[in-house]
Design a protein around this ligand. Sequence first.
Ligand SMILES: *Cc1c(COP(=O)(O)O)cnc(C)c1O
Length: 380
Amino acid sequence: MSHQFATRAVHAGIEPEATSGAVMTPIFQTSTYAQASPGEHKGYEYSRTDNPTRTVLQAQLADLESANHALVFASGLSSIDAVLNTLSAGDHIVAGDDLYGGTYRLFTKVAERRGLQFSFVRAQDPQAVEAAMTDRTKLVWLETPTNPLLNLVDIAAVSKIAHAKGALVGVDNTFRSPYFQRPLELGADIVMHSMTKYLNGHSDVVMGALMLRDQGLYERLKFLQNSIGAVPGPFDCWLVLRGLKTLALRMRQHAVGAQAVAEWLEQHPKVERVLYPGLASHPQHELAKRQADGFGGMITFFIKGGLEESRRFLSTVKLHTLAESLGGVESLIEHPAIMTHASVPPEVRAQIGLTDNLIRVSVGIEAVEDLIADLDQALG
Ligand SMILES: *Cc1c(COP(=O)(O)O)cnc(C)c1O
């Protein structure tokens, strides 16, 4: 019998531990495992290769993303790097032009030096993806919604285009979480998460994951997980297992809070424009409704003025913490041009509209009235 998401977030892949009956998955804090005779073991040899706490986490993640397999990595970026390592020098990747700054840096400063070639396109327009594809295109890499401009990419439409030309589609689903959006159900081949954000949800772990259905691709990526060795430790895996149990509750509250804050900001005289997929004014509001079960907890808005007004506002908020990252229970606020996206060159920032009066909010699970009161005093 298949259960609803909130039930699976608590139970999927989790059984009482075999020797003791412990209800909560233990932290198997060990690097190695005893063998009865050479090669005769219980499925575990060395913790870079496999660890029982990690195995449980991977099983639960696969279930939540409608995947057959999940693999976890030491960070979101190292999970993207594992995908890049399935490719060879000369292979071509089409990627959205409005990506997390660290992903853009990995592509342009690391992967290009290894001979991979990238085209960055406005992926909100599926035709732009199609036009950029060549005979050597092996991968289309998408973020939706994008960070920080909250543009949406039509995953089903782009998957159809990519598959017709023999390329795989990877989707960075960090901003939505599987509670709201499951790209594999829409035709994507690989889902990636920075679990540093919503999946762990408590701002105390850095970790990444890949989820996928294809057995051959899984075996290739599992080989790379072990061969490269960017694996998380058992304690961090346990923290994410703990965080996942409340994923459904947290995501619901993030979305309720973000909708209220976005609507409030939209009518504020010192705010020029608000970007939130749950607002009717969002240019892709219809796609947002069709493609996902909710609009998430991230808001971007343009304050009236420029850098000086942004600085004053960001130095005056009290309840919102001025910090990078997102997806935790506490509300965070930041200035992408100076903080998270400083590694995107100024001319690219200008081209995609990442201006100095742009502010990004990760709406936490605090009382909405308190969050609005804080923004109100800072804008005033
Ligand atoms: C944070 C983030 C990443 C990178 O993940 P790390 O865990 O920091 O390595 C990738 N994509 C998005 C959308 C992110 O927000």
